[in-house]
Design a protein around this ligand. Sequence first.
Ligand code: ADP
Ligand code: MG
Ligand code: MG
Length: 251
Amino acid sequence: AYSLELKDVRKSFGKSEIIRGANLQVPKGERFAIIGPNGAGKSTLFNLMSGRFPVTSGDILLNGESTIGLKPFEINRRGLSRSFQITNIFHRLSVYENLRCAVLWSLGYKYSFWHRLNGLKDAHERAESVLELIGLKRRRDTSAGLLTYAEQRALEIGITIAGGAEVILLDEPTAGMSRSESDAAVELIRKVTVGKTLLMVEHDMSVVFGLADKIAVVVYGEVIACDTPINIRGNQKVQEAYLGGHAPAEA
Ligand code: ADP
Ligand code: MG
Ligand code: MG
């Protein structure tokens, strides 16, 4: 069974077609890296999968069901959660409060009074356990805006997984990190995605090769190849498409 499937997805902004017939099948429980040159449409694919923009044509299936027409929060409640390329946390809330908010959002407001009361308790417990998981327990009551950059990105991963989603999209989770910070981020991502489906846009090939079961290569709005890391490295078409930029052979 597939967690996520793209079927001939197209997206235009005004007159320019940015996604030009993308196809992808992500089996449940696998980790995928999405690589490709800057401007290829990787973040746009995440925006389409998470319902931030509507597709122009084609279909996107989450656990076998079309998400076309659903709003972002509805897709989130069906089990898909994403992070953003630019860090997206509440700077003036504490680390704990950021996590609790994330859990409460994912619960939504359709519940009765008693459900909501229990929801608050669940959200508290869930926030505490995510805090531990992402290694920020001693930063529990620190304002998120005062964390180091690497800690903010760890919090962001915590926010993304806090609601218990099974399909996790991470957009450039190690961008701007030092080698040792990104090594730690790889371990964190591995830990929090055990048993889940991961799609990760990533330029750093040591991160890609350290985490990915499969690599999908996006060039000019199309998935031009999708294969194991070893096979992608040896793929002539992929080599040519990169023109020396972030060539996977560098890893
Ligand atoms: P990547 O993440 O692969 O670097 P993006 O998906 O961010 O690329 O962008 C792909 C192209 O789509 C870029 O040319 C970008 O300018 C364009 N684009 C993205 N979002 C919008 C938008 N909301 N309106 C117009 N153009 C957009
Ligand atoms: Mg980019
Ligand atoms: Mg991007």
